[in-house]
Ligand binder design. Structure first.
Ligand code: PLP
Length: 405
């Protein structure tokens, strides 16, 4: 297990109290809290290096260095072959629409895109937008008993004419980790590109774009202790082959040709802070190894938290858990858990937990397709990350028990 006290000491907001009660942040899937390394990055950049890129003076040169370092650090975080395979943008959704628009130009009517019924809508709507150009969008179905992908159907849905398979790494509503490596193999066997939405998996485990065979992959640093920002990985040849919108001075060479306008340079410095915090949790000779080791440690630490949370929820009468909940299967999920309560709306429970300084989310979590397929309009989502503690889980379970009566 990680040393919880040492971890939490990095995060000033975790010391916050409301009406004398320590705040419990279980709203993490919508954005995590940040360590001092992240917030100091913002301040340092704005006070010392605030400039546009490419100028022949000190602060601009520093800015160029920040951008280059951020690309290199993200290449290490994602195990990419080169920093030039890292594209920065406003957030994942904006990057996904940008990607879809570019890919759309290379497709013909009748071509197919395959996504899944387990996705956040940011990995659905950008592809549906291409339907008006005659592109078909098909879905890999899910098993609603445990909210996992129906891998049997994957091979038949991903058939000839499929040009892109777009799948999530982990579900932001139900916590399921998908077998992305297998999906990549099936996509490639059909001659399709493989795009992975790794936004929800980002804070929970190590990502290697090469191990899983991702041609393209997106993450959002604000979900893994960093700034509000989106990051797209694209294999060099893949980025070069997609004609995206850009201004002429940006040139035709990725990653610059993919980045529209001026970036948030202060966020890139903050991203470096977040990654150096994560690196400090790992071991190894170089940054890439330390990041991988840190994320592997986080993954095992979180498994223990998931067991305690799900075990506790299962013992409360009137609480229904969606997704993987069988003991022994916690390796197939992250600690993001959706529940409903007999006779109480998720919004009511979230509000009453909020009054007790316990933050959770109610709603569909933008997971439109899975909620529709499940036939449940709203859930209460409890989303843990490595800085949460067993004591917080127990306080939450006590509060929930009291609310559901
Ligand atoms: C799985 C998943 N994909 C995509 C997104 C969209 O990310 P962004 O807010 O960076 O656009 C989210 C945000 O919650 C998400 O959880």
């Amino acid at each position: 297990m990680l040393d919880s006290g040492a971890v939490r000491a990095h995060f000033p907001s975790l010391q916050r109290q409301e009406n004398g009660r320590p705040v419990i942040y279980f709203d993490n899937p919508a954005g995590t809290q940040v360590p001092v390394e992240t917030s100091r990055g913002y301040l340092w950049y704005l006070e010392n290096a605030n400039a546009n890129e490419g100028g022949l003076f000190h602060t601009s040169r520093t800015t160029d260095r920040v951008i280059a370092e951020a690309r290199a650090a993200m290449a290490d975080f994602l195990d990419a072959a080169s920093p030039e395979e890292i594209v920065f943008g406003a957030n994942m959704t904006t990057l996904a629409f940008h990607l879809a628009h570019g890919i759309g130009r290379t497709l013909q009517p009748g071509d197919r895109i395959v996504t899944t019924r387990l996705e956040h809508d940011a990995n659905v709507s950008p592809w549906l937008a291409l339907c008006e150009r005659g592109i078909a969008v098909d879905f890999i179905d899910i098993d609603t008993d445990d909210m996992t992908l129906d891998m049997e159907s994957a091979a038949s849905v991903i058939r000839r004419g499929t040009r892109l398979v777009a799948a999530g790494y982990a579900s932001n509503a139900f916590g399921t980790i998908n077998d992305v490596r297998r999906l990549g193999e099936i996509a490639h066997a059909a001659g399709a590109l493989f795009f992975v939405d790794a936004v929800h998996y980002g804070p929970h485990g190590p990502i290697s774009v090469r191990d899983i065979g991702a041609d393209l992959l997106a993450v959002s640093p604000y979900k893994f202790f960093g700034p509000h920002l989106g990051v797209l990985y694209g294999r060099s040849d893949v980025l070069a082959s997609i004609p995206v919108d850009h201004v002429r001075p940006a040139g035709d060479t990725p990653p610059h040709s993919w980045e529209t306008g001026t970036q948030s340079h202060e966020a890139l410095k903050a991203l470096l802070g977040a990654l150096s915090y994560l690196e400090s949790l790992g071991e190894g000779e170089d940054r890439r190894t330390r990041l991988r080791s840190a994320m592997t440690r986080i993954k095992s630490h979180e498994r223990v938290l998931a067991e305690r949370l799900i075990g506790g929820l299962a013992a409360i009468p009137g609480v229904r858990i969606y997704g993987i909940s069988a003991p022994g299967r916690f390796g197939e999920r992250v600690p993001t858990v959706s529940i409903t309560m007999t006779g109480l709306m998720p919004a009511e429970v979230a509000a009453r937990l909020g009054e007790r300084a316990i933050y959770t989310w109610n709603g569909n979590h933008y997971a439109v397709e899975p909620m529709r397929r499940l036939g449940v309009p709203e859930t209460l989502r409890i989303g843990l990350v490595h800085y949460n503690t067993p004591e917080e889980i127990d306080r939450f379970l006590d509060a929930l028990r009291e609310i559901v009566g």
